[in-house]
Write a protein that binds this ligand. Structure first.
Ligand SMILES: OC[C@@H]1[C@@H](O)[C@H](O)[C@@H](O)c2nc(CNc3ccccc3)cn21
Length: 444
């Protein structure tokens, strides 16, 4: 029996800087990840996205892989700096032309484009104006989005404004592990707010220019007390406010969790009623990027949260050190039905990195990824049966790619990429996912 309804959206996901390569080709303006990756010490093995998977040249071959999988949707991001090299103003027609050819080739194959407007690669020219802490940044983003809405209004009906505002604010502006590499709590709080204003402005623009669906993609991760102790439960609740409810409550409830003012202290701005009303903009769907859960222990010395996350047992971990915890996907999906009015949800990322072996006779055997995907797909099917308005599922990722600060050392793909030749090889998980799609989940 099919676990998923006819018309369910089956896809895979990628992002521009992680797969395209050629970051400066055809008049493209450099991004903050180009600068960050070229700054020694930021990326494992000193790698950059200069080549990545050379998708910029090999995109037709990669669309062939999508067709081989049988997906009916493909989530990818547009590099802002290819379209607007200075981040605003003059349009780079060659840069926009790449995405027009990509969209047309997808549509010819019957694959629906799901475009992420922003997946972390802000044009350097805008960062030089302060980037996301600049109060003008929401308008910069809305103007960029309008160029794409007008270009693709007739062909693209699924849009994601921003990928993971929490990662942008926290890893990029609080912890400094991602571009632009800042460590400034006040900046992180303001960046989070400006990203929500940017999302709201793009949604408002799409309401006048488009006739499809638009949403935002959030990284969501259940926070569980490591031990049955009151202190651990309180620490887990604090971290839940910080990781999950910061953006969920803002979008759906027009309020920030009170814990954030305690966590950020004086660095947390005094947002008024108008500011909170302006971020009350969930859009048409919520994208859920789910990978794992956190086991949280109280640690008063670990400022500002007073919490630490305990590593999972090795036998339950992926190559990223993340716990394999499919139950957490059902928990996260349930939040939308229980707390936020049961909006349309898409699982916009779910996947895992494992130490995949090299190809043998043209195939990479990755049984662990099959186990991971099967268990998470089962959890998704159970949530759907329980009444969650789940409309689609995207595997992260189509192929091994540039895994940010980890460089190319972590492989998330359904296709294995030879780093010397860039040849793509199917993993057995690609064949598994193809069978899931072909049977609407009956094989699970
Ligand atoms: O790490 C795998 C992927 C990454 O390649 C995607 O670009 C990004 O959208 C993505 N988000 C998560 C989950 N959130 C996260 C948490 C901590 C650090 C980085 C990402 C995983 N991933």
């Amino acid at each position: 029996m099919s676990a998923f309804p006819e018309g369910f959206c089956w896809g895979v996901a990628t992002s521009a800087y992680q797969i395209e390569g050629s970051p400066l080709a055809d008049g493209a303006g450099p991004s903050i990840w180009h600068r960050f990756a070229h700054t020694p010490g930021h990326i494992a093995d000193g790698e950059t996205g200069n080549i990545a998977c050379n998708h910029y040249q090999r995109y037709l071959e990669d669309i062939g892989l999508l067709h081989e999988l049988g997906v009916n949707a493909y989530r990818f991001s547009i590099a802002w700096g290819r379209v607007l090299p200075e981040g605003r103003g003059a349009i780079n027609r060659k840069g926009l032309g790449f995405y027009q050819r990509l969209v047309d080739a997808l549509l010819e194959r019957g694959i629906s484009p799901v475009i992420t407007l922003y997946h972390w690669d802000l044009p350097m020219a805008l960062q030089d104006r302060g980037g996301w802490i600049n109060p003008d940044s929401p308008q910069w983003f809305a103007d960029y989005a309008e160029v794409l809405f007008r270009t693709f209004a007739d062909r693209v009906t699924s849009w994601i404004t921003i990928n993971e505002p929490w990662v942008i604010a926290v890893l990029g502006h609080l912890e400094g592990r991602h571009a632009p590499g800042w460590r400034d709590p006040s900046a992180a709080a303001r960046v989070g707010h400006h990203l929500l204003l940017a999302h709201a402005a793009a949604v408002a623009s799409y309401r006048t220019l488009g006739h499809g669906q638009i949403g935002i993609a959030l990284n969501l991760e259940p926070q569980h007390p490591a031990y049955p102790k009151a202190a651990d439960l309180l620490a887990a609740q604090r971290r839940d406010a910080f990781v999950n409810r910061w953006f969920l409550d803002a979008l759906f409830l027009a309020s920030y969790p009170i814990e954030l003012a305690q966590i950020f202290g004086p660095a947390w701005p005094k947002f008024g009623a108008v500011a909170l009303d302006q971020i009350h903009y969930p859009g048409d769907f919520i994208g859920v990027n789910y990978y794992t859960r956190a086991r949280v222990a109280a640690a008063p010395e670990a400022k500002p949260l007073g919490a630490i996350c305990l590593p999972p047992p090795r036998e339950k971990s992926t190559a990223m050190g993340w716990e394999i915890y499919p139950e957490g996907l059902g928990e996260v999906l349930g939040w939308f039905k229980e707390r936020y009015g049961n909006p349309r949800v898409l699982i916009t990322e779910n996947g895992a990195a494992f130490a995949d072996p090299a190809p043998c006779a043209g195939l990479v055997l990755d049984p662990q990824r099959i186990v991971y995907l099967r268990s998470h797909l089962r959890a998704a099917a159970q949530a759907l049966a329980a009444g969650v308005d789940l409309g689609g599922y995207f595997v992260w990722s189509l192929m091994d790619n540039f895994e940010w600060a980890e460089g190319y050392s972590k492989r998330f793909g359904l296709y294995w990429v030879d780093r010397q030749t860039l040849q793509r090889y199917p993993k057995s998980s690609a064949h598994f996912y193809r069978s899931v799609i072909a049977t609407q989940g009956a094989v699970l």
